[in-house]
Design a protein around this ligand. Structure first.
Ligand code: 13P
Length: 249
């Protein structure tokens, strides 16, 4: 079994003071050898600060919430994979549903972002997931397979190096979690798709995200194809995030 990964996505939250108040108890709580991999994905301006807060600690890795699909140049506002690498970033979220929705990111752009991250030695956390309407129309499988397929196509032999996050849009920030059975069903679809693309599909971690919290984490993480979590709201509260980490150990 692969080691689980619990990643916090802080989204557009935090401040210099709040980040200290969050990271310090996290470091104290996870200790030097947590039973799973742990990451925090901070807003870009705070990467340097969080890098230095984590400095020396191997227990928590640094993540970014996005990465440019371009290498460098005239792309105002974009942050390149090489820049992220400069600040010790190990993971970069690519194609979060909030960016697909608000920034209009397409499957092809998400695939290109994953490729840039991989080329810089950063593990992309590729997000896929259906909206409520798509689920109600029976489109869930079609949507997540289409989203993952673009990434598989563009990233070919590197595909076993990515992390996938299944985040049903209707479960994000709503308090309405997918049931363990609903989540497992989609994770199994994604695993089968990865198996068709690589002999190493078993080592690709498929995270669940969407209102995962201290109370429901253990049940979700007990599913055979759920290899960790991508946590929004609950990652902003150290005690809650630590409980999720403990559930994954
Ligand atoms: P919540 O945990 O707040 O539902 O957010 C999930 C998410 O979008 C993580 O990327």
């Amino acid at each position: 079994m692969t080691r689980k990964l619990i990643a916090g996505n802080w989204k557009m939250n935090g401040s210099l003071a709040a980040n200290v108040a969050l990271v310090q108890p996290l470091l104290a709580g996870v200790g030097s050898t947590p039973g799973c991999d742990v990451a925090v994905c901070a807003p870009a301006p705070y990467l340097a600060q969080v890098q230095s807060l984590l400095a020396g600690a191997q227990a928590i890795a640094l993540g970014a919430q996005d990465v440019s699909q371009h290498e460098s140049g005239a792309f105002t506002g974009d942050v390149s994979a090489a820049m992220l690498k400069d600040f010790g970033v190990r993971y970069a979220i690519a194609g979060h549903s909030e960016r697909r929705l608000h920034q209009g990111e397409t499957d092809m752009q998400v695939a290109a972002k994953a490729k840039r991250a991989l080329a810089a030695g950063i593990t992309p956390i590729v997000c896929v997931g259906e909206t409520l309407r798509e689920r109600e129309e029976g489109m869930t499988e079609f949507i997540v397979k289409r989203q993952l397929s673009a990434v598989i196509h563009l990233n070919g032999h590197c595909i076993s190096e990515i992390v996938v996050a299944y985040e049903p849009v209707w479960a994000i920030g709503t308090g309405q979690t997918a049931t363990p059975e609903q989540a497992q069903a989609v994770h199994a679809v994604l695993r089968a798709q990865l198996k068709a693309a690589t002999g190493h599909a078993q080592r690709v971690r498929i995270l669940y995200g969407g209102s995962m919290n201290a109370a429901n984490a253990a049940q979700l993480l007990a599913q055979p194809d759920i290899d960790g979590g991508l946590i929004g709201g609950a990652s902003l509260k150290a005690p809650d995030f630590l409980q999720i980490i403990a559930a994954a150990a």
